[in-house]
Design a binder for this molecule. Sequence first.
Ligand code: CAA
Length: 246
Amino acid sequence: MSSKDRIAVVTGGTGGIGTAICQRLKAEGATVVSISHSCEKDRIADWLAENNLDIDVLCGNIADEADAARMMKAVMDKQGRIDILVNCAGITRDATFKKMDAGQWEAVINTNLNSVYYATRPIWTTLLEQGFGRVINIASVNGQRGQFGQANYSAAKAGMHGITMALAYEGAAKGVTVNTVSPGYVETAMTAAMRDDVRESIVGGIPMRRMGKPEEIAAAVAFLAADESTYTTGVNLPVNGGLFIH
Ligand code: CAA
């Protein structure tokens, strides 16, 4: 697998899964740009050092259309092109639906779903014109099967694969593939924030009896991003330890 000399952008690129994706795409030979919302200078410098990464980090809000357009343009201006876009920015605001307020609904739909439009739309025409592109949307097992307490998140993640399928048709004849990776429960700050009893009960139901590692998600992304992956488009690739087999 190779992404040698490709330009890759990873939204949510300083998060748990995003970091592993940045590292893996860099190892595959790509120039990687990470887009991050939490961007104090010290924190980014520490993150780069801790993860042994020498990449650009752009700071801004991918859930804001104008800010997203600004960041994608900045990458295009500096790098001259973008070949790979990994839409990985995501948050949770878990609550049972009877308690879920509009703020929790909108925050998750904006960050997880609308951001895919905001990041992809400014570069889509360029991808088609250059005749090469890899768009990879990081969704979730909970977008495939639903999850108690995650009506907002499940809707956003299911919607991400809807975008994947539609764009796969639009890019197919132009060398642009669009795919979804749907992780299960992965060892990140997001799952660490869950209540211990809830997390333990979910992990007990995973056939592999453990959570996934960010590197295991990054491996799937590297496959879909690679130059060699020319005939795979519109798929939803589950990486979930057997949690949802269908
Ligand atoms: N199915 C059916 N009933 C359930 C249930 C389930 N899965 N889970 C809880 N219930 C029941 C409880 O037994 C309880 O019933 P009673 O009122 O009769 O006692 C009732 O529903 C309320 O449950 P909670 O005590 O859990 O309610 P809460 O308001 O304290 O907590 C919650 C709600 C925060 C949503 C909590 O249930 C929760 O954390 N759920 C898990 C959400 C989840 O999986 N998040 C994933 C985060 S990581 C991620 O999203 C990454 C990824 O892609 C996988």
